[in-house]
Write a protein that binds this ligand. Structure first.
Ligand SMILES: Nc1nc2c(ncn2[C@@H]2O[C@H](COP(=O)(O)OP(=O)(O)OP(=O)(O)O)[C@@H](O)[C@H]2O)c(=O)[nH]1
Ligand SMILES: [Mg+2]
Length: 190
């Protein structure tokens, strides 16, 4: 069994652990406990090839609260990909994406990164469109600096784009090398 280590990072309370809960079909908790330091979980990789056979992600779910930042360097060592989450209802968490990018770049600037705007149940489609613009600008700004693969909007609460997120991770880590054009995956929201 081949294991690919990935990390899910972002400010405290953006919904990292809730996203993993949703992927694992666990109940959504409206008052979920913060992640103390780090949690980890295995997620099977759906698509397998004769070359790699069965494989899985080992997901490091890093506690986003400031007091846990000192352990982050240790846990992102050797990751093959990263998910950076922000909370679409708190703009500050979007602004802080840059800090999380720096953390990943310190490990390796080639690591593919997927940006996720979570809690899309809390805003309108028009507001999502505005974030799409911001995210495209961010991707342009960082095109020489790191490997931003694209972005997607999710709701851990309403189970929007949960499986899609991990399918995209499979694509960006297993099936593609550095992409020529970053992908704007946008919303798949009704
Ligand atoms: N409305 C809404 N609330 C959400 C969503 N995802 C998470 N939440 C809520 O946001 C709060 C924080 O979610 P967590 O999953 O604990 O956030 P986290 O990023 O793991 O936070 P840390 O562990 O502190 O880094 C929880 O109380 C969830 O109920 C979502 O998609 N929509
Ligand atoms: Mg957590």
């Amino acid at each position: 069994m081949q294991t690919y280590k990935i990390a899910i990072v972002g400010d405290g309370g953006v919904g990292k652990s809730s996203l993993l809960d949703a992927k694992k079909s666990k109940n959504f908790l409206s008052n979920r406990a913060i992640t103390v330091g780090v949690d980890f979980d295995f997620i099977p990789i759906e698509k397998s090839t004769p070359e790699n056979g069965e494989s899985q992600f080992l997901v490091m779910d890093l506690g986003g609260q400031k007091r846990f930042h000192f352990v982050h360097d240790m846990y992102i060592q050797g990751i093959k990909g990263a998910i950076i989450l922000f909370d679409v209802s708190r703009f500050r968490t979007f602004q802080n994406i840059k800090k999380w990018i720096s953390l990943i770049i310190k490990e390796n600037s080639q690591i593919p990164i997927l940006l996720i705007g979570n809690k899309c149940d809390l805003i309108t489609n028009d507001e999502i469109k505005l974030f799409e613009k911001d995210l495209n600008s961010l991707i342009d700004e960082y095109t020489e600096t790191c490997n931003l693969y694209g972005f997607i909007f999710t709701s851990a609460k309403e189970k929007v784009n949960i499986n899609e997120t991990f399918t995209i991770c499979e694509e960006m880590i297993l099936w593609e090398q550095k992409t020529e054009e970053p992908k704007a995956l946008g919303i798949i929201k009704n």
